[in-house]
Design a protein around this ligand. Structure first.
Ligand SMILES: Nc1ncnc2c1ncn2[C@@H]1O[C@H](COP(=O)(O)OP(=O)(O)OP(=O)(O)O)[C@@H](O)[C@H]1O
Length: 248
């Protein structure tokens, strides 16, 4: 579905040319959950921005279903590290924002918004405003806003990295649950090896800048997965150890 063929991206800065990504070849199938992991500055955000149509490659091609990605698409949503909610809108109003912008049928999507908020444990918070919520709750609202229009592709740029460790685990578990119910093709940038192993079908390890695909690791642990002790703890430990060795 998402196809990157020999994709490179260079930035021209006052200090000269910065090669952020070089010769990336990557095929992501419909419904797949791919984690991207790599050292700071290796081009992970750049990779997402290329897939989102916010940046053009300097060389190579990014396509979705065979069409080159030349601009942002309605069926592709990018979620960031910070929730960026509109402070004057309620929780429900923030989740419904994409529906209003795209003039989709309100009643139908209102029911979906309620269902999403319910899944992330915010059933009683529809009429609250962002300032009344914790950081974790705000990021849950941002996740519901990202999913409201049922995107085919969900691009997530370190979405949980501003959260405390416990909230982060909880949100990762909720994301897994949502992905199992309705799998959008997901590309999830993270610095957390264990989060990548919990969530992903495949983990793409990038080398230091310029980012190149160092390794793609298939995670074959059955779902639902858990951070806790379970039957697959040895498989998870083996994946974590392999990724650790690749990164350090
Ligand atoms: N608009 C830009 N102009 C100039 N250089 C840029 C631009 N965007 C990114 N870069 C450079 O490209 C490289 C890759 O940046 P990018 O943000 O993609 O890395 P990253 O892996 O997401 O980093 P981090 O893990 O720290 O968030 C960096 O050296 C960065 O300085």
């Amino acid at each position: 579905m998402i196809d990157l063929e020999r994709v490179s991206r260079t930035f021209t800065t006052r200090g000269g040319e910065v090669a952020a990504l070089r010769d990336i070849d990557l095929e992501i199938a419909e419904g797949q959950f791919v984690a991207v992991i790599g050292r700071s500055g290796c081009g992970k955000s750049t990779l997402l921005r290329l897939m989102a149509g916010l940046l053009a490659p300097t060389a190579g091609r990014v396509t979705i279903d065979g069409s080159p990605v030349l601009r942002p698409r309605r069926d592709v949503v990018l979620m960031h590290q910070l929730p960026a909610l509109l402070p004057w809108r309620t929780v429900l109003g923030n989740v419904m924002l994409p529906v209003e912008i795209q003039r989709l049928p309100r009643a139908e999507y209102q029911a979906r918004a309620a269902e999403l908020l319910d899944t992330v444990g915010l059933a009683g918070f529809h009429r609250r405003h962002p300032y009344e919520l914790s950081g974790g709750m705000q990021q849950r609202v941002a996740l519901c806003r990202a999913l409201i229009q049922r995107p085919r592709v969900l691009l997530m740029d370190e979405p949980f990295s501003a959260l405390d460790a416990l909230t982060r685990e909880e949100l990762a578990a909720q994301l897994q649950e949502m992905h199992l119910t309705r799998p959008a093709t997901t590309v999830f940038v993270t610095h957390s090896i264990s989060e990548a192993v919990l969530l992903a079908d495949r983990v793409v390890v990038l080398s230091a800048r310029p980012g190149q695909v160092r390794r793609v690791l298939d995670v074959k642990i059955p779902r639902p997965r858990s951070f806790g002790h379970n039957a697959h703890v040895a498989d998870a430990a083996a994946c974590i150890a392999e990724l650790h060795d690749l990164l350090y």
